[in-house]
Design a protein around this ligand. Structure first.
Ligand SMILES: Cc1ncc(COP(=O)(O)O)c(C=O)c1O
Length: 400
């Protein structure tokens, strides 16, 4: 017997749960890609995307995942031989640097490990001694592997304190539409994100937001290619140039609906919902982990992402719990990523819970109750009652 029949719940940190409204909006005949409703829709999408990113800057849309957006961002501002500084707090900063390196860019990594935020003193020190060689600082707001949430405004302030002119380039793949992000107010020059997490649309769209200052770097960037060039994608005279070819028709309809949903709820409310649900998740895990080895990877709640929580089980029971949840209860948790070598025994110690995008209190409480049942079923040591702690957070936040 298994208890997994019925509605399943994909609680991995992206792709996130796609709202029925988004899926229904995509379920339609292909539109004309030369004139009519689709070409008229795209400028409204870019206007609404800018609101979600809190920016007046430009945005280019690519048929790409996050890796494509990473490459697009590098291509438009850098040349082979340029130097970038990469403060790393998990797997994804290294992933972005790998791409830059392959394009001939020299990446200086400041590695702050897997359980900490960016050390701003170290960044300040490195930038202060730089003689203008560092062209950009590449950082990730929420590293999806560690669950850290870096303070991007503080990073900007640090660059300003030493008067460094480098571009500030931020990966918001796992944070846009989940955690507060203020592109203009925080002085971000380039921001990348994708469709499949906080934007609740299937994987396949990559977005690159860029300031006028970043666009000036495009004048001399030698990594740029026809497909990744961001300029023709902003307000082009011919519709096909938005996408350098055929538009991602159905993704655009899905995105339209997702942006409508964000607009209806209000961005501040979307952020507040994520923050409250995240606190419920932490209340449960922190309580369960008060006995035994289970713990939230980021010990300091102030540094935790509101969209994903990375967990350490302290034994191979991490994988056992994940498998139990999926096969016995219909709840899919995320694998641990970048925490241990894939072929090591330690790999089984880690797992993650995604709580991003189209997620509400009953989904999170259901997932947590399922996890508590799983902890018992796989016999992982824990303090019983985490679900009550989570329920208390939800009740307190919503008391009339
Ligand atoms: C923070 C972050 N950056 C980049 C990526 C890469 O995105 P993709 O897998 O869509 O290429 C991911 C994927 O999860 C991510 O979480």
């Amino acid at each position: 017997m298994t208890l997994s029949g019925g509605l399943t719940y994909l609680a991995i940190p992206g792709p996130s749960v796609m709202p029925e409204r988004v899926l229904r909006a995509m379920h339609r005949a292909a539109p004309n890609i030369y004139y009519g409703e689709l070409p008229e829709l795209v400028p409204t999408l870019t206007a609404r995307l800018r609101k979600v990113a809190r920016t007046e800057a430009h945005v280019a849309i690519y048929i790409a995942n996050g890796h494509g957006a990473w490459e697009a961002a590098i291509a438009n501002v850098l040349s082979p031989g340029d130097v970038v500084l990469v403060p790393a707090t998990g797997r994804f900063a290294h992933g972005w640097a790998d791409i830059a390196r392959m394009m001939g860019v020299n990446c200086e990594i400041l590695d702050f490990g897997k359980r900490d935020t960016i050390d701003l003193d170290a960044v300040r020190e490195r930038l202060a001694e730089d003689d203008g060689r560092i062209k950009a600082v590449l950082a990730v707001q929420t590293d999806t592997s560690t669950g850290v949430r870096n303070d991007i405004k503080a990073l900007r302030d640090t660059m300003d304190e030493v008067g460094h002119d480098a571009l500030l380039m931020i990966d918001c793949m796992a944070s846009l539409g989940c955690d507060r992000f203020e592109m203009d107010a925080w002085g971000v020059d380039v921001m990348i994100t994708g469709s499949q997490k906080g934007l609740m649309t299937p994987p396949g769209l990559g977005f690159v937001f860029f300031s006028d200052k970043a666009d000036r770097a495009r004048d001399t960037a030698k990594c740029v290619t026809h497909y990744w060039d961001w300029r023709p994608r902003v307000d082009p005279p011919m519709f096909y140039r938005y996408f350098d070819g055929t538009a991602p028709t159905h993704h655009l309809y899905g995105l339209d609906e997702a942006l409508k949903m964000i607009g209806e709820e209000g961005l501040e409310n979307v952020w507040a919902r994520h923050a409250t649900l995240a606190r419920a998740v932490w209340a449960a895990f922190d309580h369960w982990g008060s006995v035994g080895p289970l713990e939230v990877n980021m010990t300091n709640p102030a540094l935790r992402s509101h969209s994903v929580t990375a967990l350490r089980a302290g034994s191979p029971k991490g994988t056992a719990l994940r498998q139990w949840c999926e096969t016995q209860a219909g709840l899919t948790l995320g694998i641990g990523l970048g925490m241990a070598d894939d072929d090591s025994d330690e790999w089984d110690h880690f797992f993650r819970l995604g709580h991003m995008g189209h997620v509400n209190a009953q989904m999170v409480l259901g997932a947590l109750a399922t996890i508590e049942a799983g902890l018992k079923a796989v016999d992982m040591e824990h303090a019983p009652g985490g679900i009550e702690k989570a329920a208390a957070v939800i009740a307190e936040a919503t008391r009339p």
